[in-house]
Design a protein around this ligand. Sequence first.
Ligand code: NAP
Length: 322
Amino acid sequence: MQAIVVRQFGGPEVLRLENVAAVTPGPGQVLVRVRAAGVNPVDTYIRTGTYPVKPALPYTPGLDLAGVVDAIGPEVATWKPGDRVYSDGIGPTSGGCAEFAVCAADRVHALPERVSFAQGAALGVPYATAWRALFTRAHAQAGDTILVHGASGGVGTAAVQIARAHGLHVIGTAGTPEGLALVREQGAHAALDHRDPGYLDEVKALTGGRGVDIVLEMLANVNLDRDLEAIAKGGRVMVVGNRGRVEIDPRKCMSRDGAILGMTLFNATPADLTRIHAGLRAGIENGALSPVIGRELPLAEAAEAHRLVMAPGARGKIVLLP
Ligand code: NAP
């Protein structure tokens, strides 16, 4: 079968398409014919070899996939060949950027007919992260106001859709006119340009001077200190993304009885994931959630996909098609 293989850590150029031995499912595993593999920023961090998750070389990257069950291993009663599935973002056993991938049977979920395989490959990391950040960690509730700080990408578009569907008042940011239009299309009540120097002042204006209950932050190293000015009393800054160090004035947090929270999807417990994917499936089935696919590239262009996912001008999700 064909698969992307990383033989040494490094830049996008280390991603090579190769013919590799077929993978087979063991006990409690399913073999999935991959129809789409989602590309996430974390795949690029892992590829550099400097991230806490460091796979043994050589490895096939890819945490998110959607496809069709091709075969089941021993002791699997929940799936049969032909079932449409997507992986939960914690990662298939053998890497999603391949024609076939082995997944633990309890790490895949039924993919509703109303979404495509490409959309299915956006559910694991981005949607589960957005859900866990909103509800498990930041305790979002209907009526809350949220700033999705970085709303045009995979996690941001998911967060806007999920928050809107749950009755939150949503302000989202993007850095391009296309991104701003996309954020509005996903249901945001207002969209602000994070390249515009005064944009955070508008958050105050949009909330009658009160500030937001939650900031969902995609780039904390740039924004964390200003986020603390954007929250209302009792507000939470939920750090989802960060790419460096930052200096903050803790007094801004103290004066608001505020909180800075962190999260990583890898900390989700099996019980968390069961709840999260039940919620996501309900939203997909009733049409409230519909992943945005900005780019589809052939599997051979994995290196280009890794470059694009780290470039400005996000438009939802980038997926690779084997
Ligand atoms: P993505 O699709 O590449 O989107 C990146 C987002 O960040 C875009 O909306 C981009 O907007 C925005 N952005 C760029 N500059 C910004 C700024 N100055 N202020 C605010 N936002 C800015 O990535 P993603 O998949 O949505 O992931 C977003 C971040 O969360 C990444 O850092 C990723 O590593 C992290 N993440 C963490 C977890 C976790 O478990 N904690 C899980 C998934 C992702 P424009 O391109 O429009 O400028």
